[in-house]
Design a protein around this ligand. Structure first.
Ligand SMILES: *Cc1c(COP(=O)(O)O)cnc(C)c1O
Length: 413
């Protein structure tokens, strides 16, 4: 892929970084965390130059992975790209469920196909490639599981040390995959924001780079590829609505940025999908802020949900999520754990599609939106299945058969 390159080393199209709240400019090619205002930095490109250098039809001849969008990504030197095979993820129609509901197109973007089994690979492939490019040798992050797994994998591949802190009830498979892929991992008796504090406080004594969600500028660029890919897969169009399971919101913010960049390039028009932030009723800070008309979302106390990936009590990019939701004429919606569990089972049984719990939350939110009329049956919607369903606990299946006795086949029905 990268060897037969259209990609000889050359300047990227990055012009600068920009504070997402105050607009202050920061130099590219330097190590940055949050802006001085304590908010995420966004990567800016010379889009006129990109437009002159590449057309959307040029993409057709490239590999089917997200590095095909390299003009819109920040890595400068090919040798710094850390890759584990970031395939373009398929769009899978839930046709049986669609028929059951009398609905139009329900499309799942199946992010479980990515390396490490979740869309965290997109963000971390970029963040770790940039960490390599900027000479970082030690990183740390808080995680609910999947981000830590992706960090561990990409860092080990890049020869970078990684330290990971997760809540002590993080799914067992996540903690073990993190350890197996070479990170040092600790289970902490707290939530992800408590783990985040350990990472922040450890910066000085440990000398690590804090690679937490939105606290470095490049994970958004990786997650942005979901929007680029989706538009390309839909023939340079966007759906009517996107249901996104929202924790830190990196993907929602990234896709919103992607659509703006694509429009500036003239690759898509002005139409935007409704961006719908999906949370659980047990942890819904963005939903509350959306309903209260606020620009920021205070910490959600006693956060709990079976969808661990969206158990994020506070998000440093809260205002960016809320802006995208509002500008797109979308909304934020909370679903109960019971609805998530029901959606999880129903989609698996009816369409043979094993969602992850957070992906199931988007289906539950879609169904709730049909009921309350915020989405119409004719809308073409995209649900994000952010990780492989195989990573999560499933209901027991214990039926046993004794092969030493005659088998009553009629009883198997
Ligand atoms: C991280 C994660 C989310 C939330 O993604 P953000 O972009 O951080 O909001 C949802 N589901 C799963 C499975 C995750 O790992």
């Amino acid at each position: 892929m990268l060897e037969n390159n259209i990609w000889a080393d050359r300047p990227t199209f990055v012009t600068n970084l920009e504070c997402s709240i105050r607009g202050k400019t920061y130099e590219a090619d330097q190590l940055h965390g949050l802006s001085e205002a304590g908010r995420p930095l966004l990567v800016r490109y010379d889009l006129d130059a990109v437009k002159a250098a590449v057309s959307r039809d040029d993409l057709g001849g490239r590999e089917a992975d997200f590095w095909r969008y390299r003009e819109l990504l920040p890595v400068r030197r090919t040798k710094n790209i850390v890759s584990l095979g970031e395939v373009m993820t398929p769009l899978v129609r839930l046709s049986n469920m669609g028929r059951d509901l009398g609905a139009g197109e329900i499309i799942v973007k199946d992010e479980g196909r990515l390396p490490t089994g979740s869309f965290k690979a997109r963000g971390l492939a970029l963040a770790v490639s940039m960490a390599k490019e900027l000479g970082i040798s030690k990183t740390a992050m808080p995680t609910n599981g999947n981000a830590g797994a992706a960090l561990a994998a990409y860092c080990s591949r890049a020869g970078i040390e990684s330290f990971v802190f997760c809540p002590d009830d993080t799914p067992e498979v996540n903690v073990r995959e993190i350890a197996m892929q070479g990170a040092k991992v600790w289970r902490v008796n707290g939530l992800i924001n408590d783990c985040g504090k350990i990472v922040g406080d450890g910066r000085e004594p440990m000398g690590w780079y804090d690679i937490s969600t939105l606290k470095e500028p490049y994970r958004i660029e990786g997650k942005k590829t979901m929007g680029l890919e989706l538009a390309e897969q839909l023939g340079w169009d966007v759906p009517d609505a996107i249901f996104y399971p929202t924790g830190g919101g990196t993907g929602l913010i990234g896709m919103w940025k992607a659509f703006a960049e694509l429009e500036a390039l003239g690759w898509i028009g002005a139409k935007r999908p409704k961006m719908i932030a999906v949370q659980s009723t047990g942890c819904a800070p963005i939903v509350k802020a959306f309903e209260d008309g606020e620009e920021h979302a205070p910490v959600w106390e006693n956060a709990h949900t079976i969808a661990s990936g969206i158990r994020v009590p506070v998000a440093v990019g809260d205002f960016l999520i809320l802006r995208a939701v509002r500008e797109s004429d979308g909304y934020a919606i909370a679903v109960t754990d019971e609805a998530i569990d029901a959606a999880h089972r129903e989609v698996a049984r009816r369409d043979g599609f094993l969602l992850c719990p957070e992906g199931a939350a988007t289906f539950a939110a879609y169904r709730q939106s049909l009921d309350d009329g915020r989405i119409s049956k004719s809308d073409r919607v995209v649900l994000f299945n952010c990780g492989s369903g195989l990573k999560y606990p499933m209901p027991a299946a214990d039926a046993k058969l004794d092969r030493t006795k005659p088998i009553d086949y009629g009883s198997l029905n």
